[in-house]
Design a binder for this molecule. Structure first.
Ligand code: NAP
Length: 252
């Protein structure tokens, strides 16, 4: 863990009722920030994240919100700002999969993944940036995936959304750089979370064999990279794509 920051700020992490989001909430609390986070249905998981943040001496606020719904994003920000003040650290982590071969992919499975994984990030960034501009300081990290660069058979929707996050992030980085707001992308490889536990055993064995480091990563390993990009020390890093993938994506 990197030492606590000199300024305590308000962080918002989307999709933090478990997995990478929960680990990120804890890592940001360890930096000394108050951490708000959202989840769409997993209330027990959200309570677990609040407990995990409090266990490291932090303050957490769980908000039930759907990042694919603009009105829900608006009420989430209103609640977070009311409790903790303006958000100057934003981590877009919420993500879903609706896998299937492209030729058979339904319109619903295409749009629900794009709405959650890409449009959701656009909506939260647009909502968060006025306060960051006022503060003349901001950190935005968008959680992509190795599949966003390499493509992923059976995940055209997911890979398209994750690739889109890079173009979104680099555009935001260019638009907001003069205000000391950075926007970066973290691209995990296979990580041990509920998302990968749901995949068939054959897929997991193949993925593990393809990773140069020979294993899946942990949520804490991804969270450490995200948290670093949110520090003052990372002030000169923007528009970057940081893989946390055991070397799986090398060359892309
Ligand atoms: P996960 O265990 O499935 O957790 C996803 C989180 O997102 C949950 O807290 C979930 O809460 C929330 N969420 C989903 N849809 C939402 C919505 N519409 N609004 C608000 N919250 C929503 O996922 P993970 O494995 O930790 O992955 C986190 C991120 O890393 C995702 O963006 C994923 O694509 C990316 N990633 C993961 C891996 C991996 O191997 N695990 C690899 C590459 C990239 P609810 O259940 O309450 O909705």
């Amino acid at each position: 863990m990197i030492g606590p920051e000199t300024t305590s700020r308000t962080a918002l992490v989307t999709g933090a009722s478990r997995g990478i989001g929960r680990a990120t909430a804890v890592a940001l609390a360890e930096l000394g920030h108050q951490v708000a986070f959202c989840y769409s249905s997993d209330a027990d998981g959200a309570a677990g994240t609040v407990a995990a943040v409090e266990a490291v001496g932090g303050k957490a606020l769980a908000v039930c919100a759907d990042v694919s719904d603009r009105a829900s994003i608006e009420s989430m920000f209103t609640e977070v700002e009311g409790a903790f003040g303006p958000v100057t650290i934003l981590v877009n982590n919420a993500g879903i999969t609706r896998d299937g071969l492209m030729m058979r992919m339904s319109d619903d499975n295409w749009s629900s993944v794009l709405d959650t994984n890409l449009t959701g990030a656009f909506q939260t960034i647009r909502r968060a940036t006025p306060a960051m501009m006022k503060a003349r300081w901001g950190r935005i990290v968008n959680v992509s995936s190795v599949g966003g660069q390499a493509g992923s058979a059976g995940q055209a929707n997911y890979a398209a959304a994750k690739a889109g996050l890079l173009g979104l992030s680099r555009s935001v980085a260019r638009e907001l750089g003069s205000r000391h707001i950075t926007c970066n992308v973290v691209a995990p490889g296979p990580i041990v979370t509920a998302m990968t536990e749901g995949m068939p055993d054959a897929w997991r064995e193949k993925a593990e064999a393809a990773v140069p480091l020979g294993r899946f990563g942990t949520p804490d390993e991804v969270a450490a990279a995200i948290a670093f990009l949110c520090t003052d020390a990372a002030a000169y890093i923007t528009g970057a794509l940081l893989p946390v993938d055991g070397g799986l994506g090398m060359g892309h």
